[in-house]
Design a protein around this ligand. Structure first.
Ligand code: ADP
Length: 504
């Protein structure tokens, strides 16, 4: 029986393949293989990956998983999820990358983004794509690649050089160079796609100097986007699902309705809130994006738009407690220490180690502690660090509300920090929402598998059915208390912002 899905999870630090088996309407993980990915830092603020190394790792991990799961004939389809925005340019004739891939974190095109903003282009870009002008997104990276490699721009105009994000590169390689496509969730992160119509915009291609001919065709996140070259695994497995990592996680969590959101609490934290069938324009500088689109064209019931916001320091605040002031020796000790106090004693920590993200957007802000007294001890620092996750989450949710997004009903969580029950209860309390953590945590791979299972017809909708009940934290704090604590936090954030202005 061919009922397995091969999910490729190509992340920033590693490449993984997982086999999921469908039984009783549920996708269960069967086998996994993982290879670390080398990071290259050729200059300050520059981050590169070797796209050829990524491809080799995909092939190797997939072959291992196919073998572990009992052979290729057990598989029905392939799904892909990937680090978003990372830009690849490759030679059509040789199938080789022209240059190392420019990774999403890379800031080398910051001056281009700043110049476009200074020239007043941001409102057009934002209203068309949902995105602010920032080097984070693929467009300025594509232009850089075409300018940096001699002759690349002319060759791209002639169709001899292709551009794409990681999933596009992988589909090209998996199909033996047959298909040059990108799924709409990845295309939504380039700054070149019209978010409402899911099509490349000629004016934006011109503005960012990216030749339209070099861009992949935009397809939906589910449905056949090509077939694997039979030489790779022995069978022409169809590739039937693809979504960027945060979007795949949204699907993995089953946050399929407007008002459902997921937040991944890792080193940083990433919120994606499903806003329903129409895009919502953000006034709070959240990013407008796609949750998923099952079809190539926006179709009612088959598309979900989203707003996205990120917190720069989440788990990294806990790492700091461990590695900086050494108040804990392991992350998990933070829970008992925070719980040793009945409250925060008026102490707040704003973990703006690398500036503040949405909705503050202050790159100059730095970490700040307020409210210290002679009674403050190590536990206050630890508790304040954990509480800061909840306050920062609340600020994102307030931004969603200000943008007119549908009110949230639940917050689905994953990531390393969710092991901390104190932090999760505090998030529920400060946000006034139930917080749900699924028993199975690989939401990204699961989302890709689910899209692929739908695309190949193994399942007929994306609804989640889970074997083990999720852990749920329900809010139990009074509204008064919530307001007082949040006000204390807002004062601490103001202090951080004012201090940055005075020292800058
Ligand atoms: P990433 O994918 O960003 O590397 P993970 O999802 O693996 O992150 O989560 C790692 C983060 O979770 C680390 O910053 C770590 O400090 C934090 N973390 C792990 N366990 C706990 C815990 N019990 N309490 C608080 N933070 C934790």
């Amino acid at each position: 029986m061919d009922e397995l899905i091969l999910a490729i999870d190509q992340g920033t630090t590693s490449t993984r393949a997982m086999a999921f088996e469908l039984s009783d309407g549920r996708l269960r993980p069967q086998a996994v293989s993982q290879i670390e990915l080398a990071q290259h830092f050729p200059a300050s603020g520059w981050v590169e990956h070797d796209a050829a190394e990524i491809w080799t790792a995909v092939l190797q991990t997939c072959r291992e998983v196919v073998r572990k799961a009992g052979g290729v004939d057990r598989f029905a389809a392939v799904g892909i999820t990937n680090q978003r925005e990372t830009a690849v340019a490759w030679d059509v004739a040789t199938g080789q990358p022209l240059h190392r891939a420019i990774v999403w974190q890379d800031r080398r095109t910051a001056d281009v983004a700043a110049r476009l903003a200074a020239e007043g282009h941001e409102p057009v870009v934002q209203s068309a794509t949902g995105l602010i002008l920032d080097p984070y997104f693929s467009a300025t990276k594509y232009a850089w690649l075409l300018d940096a490699v001699p002759g690349a721009r002319e060759r791209a105009e002639r169709g001899e050089v292709k551009l794409g994000t990681i999933e596009s590169w992988l589909v090209w390689k998996l199909t033996g160079g047959e298909r040059h496509v990108t799924d709409a969730t990845n295309a939504a992160r380039t700054s070149l796609m019209d978010l409402a119509g899911l099509q490349w915009r000629d004016d934006l291609c011109e503005l960012f100097r990216v030749p339209r001919t070099a861009l992949p065709a935009i397809v939906g996140s589910s449905g056949e986007m090509g077939r694997c070259d039979p030489a790779l695994f022995g069978l022409p497995l169809p590739i039937t699902g693809s979504a960027g990592d945060q979007q795949a996680a949204l699907v993995g969590h089953g946050a399929l309705r407007a008002g459902e959101a997921k937040i991944t609490y890792g080193t940083g934290a990433f919120l994606v809130a499903n806003v329903g069938g129409q895009p919502v324009a953000s006034r709070s500088r959240l990013l407008g994006t796609l949750g998923y689109s099952l079809d190539e064209k926006p179709a009612p019931g088959k598309i979900a738009y989203a707003l996205e916001g990120s917190i720069f320091s989440a788990g990294s605040a806990i790492q700091w407690l461990r590695d900086g002031p050494k108040l804990i020796s392991e992350s998990r000790q933070s829970e008992a220490m925070a719980q040793s106090l009945t409250d925060n004693g008026g102490v707040y920590l704003v973990p703006a180690f690398t500036g503040l993200g949405a909705p503050w957007w202050d790159p100059e802000a730095r970490g700040t502690i307020t409210g210290l007294t002679r009674d403050s001890g190590p536990a206050h620092f630890v508790r304040a660090a954990l509480e800061s996750l909840a306050y920062q989450t609340r600020d994102l949710l307030d931004a969603l509300t200000a943008d007119g997004a549908p009110p949230l009903t639940t917050l689905k969580v994953d990531g390393g920090v969710t092991a901390n029950a104190f932090a999760m209860q505090f998030v529920a309390d400060i946000c006034g929402l139930p917080v749900e953590r699924p028993a199975f945590q690989e939401m990204t791979a699961l989302g890709a598998a689910r899209l692929a299972a739908l695309g190949v017809g193994l399942i007929d909708n994306l609804e989640v059915s889970v074997a083990e009940a999720p852990a749920v934290w329900t809010p139990s704090m009074s509204e008064d208390r919530r307001r007082t604590l949040h006000q204390g936090w807002r004062r601490a954030v103001e202090a951080a912002i004012i201090a940055a202005k005075q020292s800058g």
